[in-house]
Structures are given as C-alpha cells and as structure tokens.
Ligand binder design. Sequence first.
Ligand code: PEP
Ligand code: MN
Length: 270
Amino acid sequence: MLSTKKHKDDFQEIDLGGNIKVSKKTFAIIAGPCAAESRDQVMRTADRLSEMGVRMFRAGCFKPRTDPYAWQGSGEEGLEWLDEVRKQYGMKIISEVSNYTNVALVEQYSDIIQIGAKAVYDHSVLNYCGKSQKPVLIKRGFGATVSEYLRMTEYILSKGNQNVMLCERGIRSFETSTRFTFDLCGAAVMQDETRLPLILDPSHASGNAKFVPKLALASAAFDCEGLLIEVHSNPEEALCDKDQALDLDEFKKLYERVKLFAEINGRVVV
Ligand code: PEP
Ligand code: MN
C-alpha cells in the first residue's frame, strides 16, 4: 500500500507554494464556512480570518446534501468568489467536489480538492482526483473502517497523485448524543501506519459548536498535521451545517489557544 510507512518511510509533505507547507513541522488551520453562500458572506469571512493570520480558506460550492430538496450550493459562481479571496488575501483555497463532473472545475479554482465523506465512495471521483496535479484532502467516510478508508485513499495514490491528506471527521456509531463519533483511536492508527498528513475535523464530528473548541484543542494536542474548522460570519443564518459553525469571535479565541498547543508540539501554525 502506497500510503504506508512500510512502503516508504519518508513523510509526504504537501507544498502549497507561498511558503505554506503541511508537514511534521507545521500545523495547518483550514477555516471557513461550510458553504460559499454569497459573495458578501465569503469576502466578509475571509477578510476577518486573514486578519487573524489564517492562510487556508475553506468553503464548499458543490454540496452533497442528504436532502435532495435542500440548497445544493452556489456552484461555479461560488468558486469565482473563492478565486477573489485567493487573489485579494493570498489565502490557499480548499473546496469540495460532489461528483466526478465537477472535479475539473474545482481543481481549476482551488489549491486543495476536498473529497467529502459521501463522495469518497465514488470511484470515479477517486480516479479523477488521482489524475489531478492538485493536492487532495480525502475525508473518511462515516461508515468506513480505517482499513477501507485507506484503500479508498489508495485509489488516488495508485493513479499517480501522491499529494494526499487524510481527514478524520467522525464515524457513525450507536452514540447519538453528537452528530458523529470522533474516532481519535482510528486517527492514531492512521498516523501510526501511514506516511500521509492527518487533518482532524471536530466540526463535522461533533456537529455542535459548543463542543468544537474542546475537541479542536484535543486535536491540536494529538499532534496531527492540522485542523479543519467551520466558521460562519452569522452561524444562525448559515445555509448548511449551522449548528456546528463557530462565529468569528469564537474562532479567534480558539485560534490563539490552538497555536499554543501547536507550539508545545514544536509546530508552526500555517
Ligand atoms: C464539509 O466539509 O463541509 C463536509 C460536507 O464534510 P463531510 O463530507 O465530512 O460531511
Ligand atoms: Mn460542512
């Protein structure tokens, strides 16, 4: 398996250019709203995050919603807003694909392609991303064992793209008091067995903004390569994943504390 330390011992650093690397020496903070909802929302959020020092901006434009009648995202127009963020603030952009037909478009506008917990089961998505030149953040499917997840990842690696980051975002268990169960045990196994960067996502795991700071700090202490956190300029009005979004002030407080844990682990926040 190409993802494993057994195959190759050196860690897969991801060089995003502009002095931003995901590595054993850095701690990546990927922050932004679940979805790009309007130009105003995107620019307002990016402006504040950039001012805080955040360098990696996330927002989905193709949202694979559970409910077919729910809003499905802003599509290419949203990607154009993200491009504006990239140009105006120099932030690196991460955005998700919902199926193989939007891989080329997302690839064109973003610095990292995100494969979500549902799209990760689609082999055409994995194969297209495997042929892409752009780094990929592949989320663990919420029903996939670590072993199954690593084999999904292997589809990308075996097609040629080695710039792949893993992401634990919670799995489904018998526990229903939180949206999903944050599997730090599985994350520890991934880190032990693979040579790929590991990003932890406490936002989707808990589904509850109240618990995100606590879990984010645990994730920073865990000594993974970074965090994915959902932040909204006005969570109450978010069109997607509103219950788990931090507002900008809550995020700022957390960001400062996360930096301390990263430092303890000898990492610089990027
Ligand atoms: C997201 O990152 O907004 C998202 C849809 O996440 P997941 O695929 O983990 O549900
Ligand atoms: Mn989301």
